[in-house]
Design a protein. Structure first.
Length: 201
């Protein structure tokens, strides 16, 4: 996946070949994280694109001695938070409702993509378990991020603390409470995956 970016206005020169290799290596991982955070494919794609654009712009701040994916996780989380904050409240319009000159200004085109035969979409729908995704989406934002990083991406507590900018105690608290809320949600839906979530007892 090629990310279209403009040359950053810094004294640091970003080797585009090196950055392109990071994009190839981590794009799917970044997309999966963005999907888990946002809950839908369109937003996940936008978040992933914006995260890599920001990563390119601030590549001079990345310390090559540290894992690139951890630095990228933090950027993805910030993009998601920024997107939530600036998203305007929208007025929903039924597709069955007639669109008139009063209901909108200018000409309107409603485009409804058919993803049912898209191989990538079919693969993602099969891979991402819907009850677990709904349970994740029901969590407060910080709890959700902690659970994603620990139980889906397998980061250590220390790595999560670095990504989220908090203490180890805060990471443990968010994980404990997030896992408990998820477990309760899954039990309420009469769905619980085999094994215990995140090692919860």
């Amino acid at each position: 996946m090629k990310i279209a970016v403009s040359q950053p206005r810094t004294s640091h020169w970003c080797d585009s070949d090196i950055f392109d290799e990071y994009v190839r290596r981590y794009y799917r991982l970044a997309y999966n994280i963005a999907y888990r955070m946002s809950g839908n494919h369109a937003d996940a794609e936008d978040i992933t694109q914006e995260a890599f654009i920001r990563a390119y712009r601030f590549f001079d701040r990345y310390d090559p001695s540290l894992p690139f994916e951890n630095w990228l996780y933090r950027i993805i989380a910030n993009v998601f938070i920024d997107d939530v904050r600036r998203r305007p409240k929208v007025k929903l319009q039924s597709l069955d409702q007639t669109v008139t000159a009063r209901s909108t200004a200018g000409e309107v085109h409603l485009e409804l993509p058919d993803d049912s035969t898209n191989p990538e979409t079919m693969m993602m729908q099969a891979a991402l378990d819907e009850p677990l995704q709904r349970a994740l989406e029901s969590l407060p934002r910080d709890f959700r991020h902690a659970v994603i990083l620990a139980d889906i991406e397998g980061l250590s507590y220390e790595e999560i603390a670095a990504v989220m900018g908090c203490s180890l105690g805060t990471v443990r608290s968010r994980l404990h409470r997030g896992r408990k809320l998820m477990r309760n949600r899954l039990l309420a839906e009469n769905y619980l995956p085999s094994g215990r979530l995140g090692g919860e007892k």
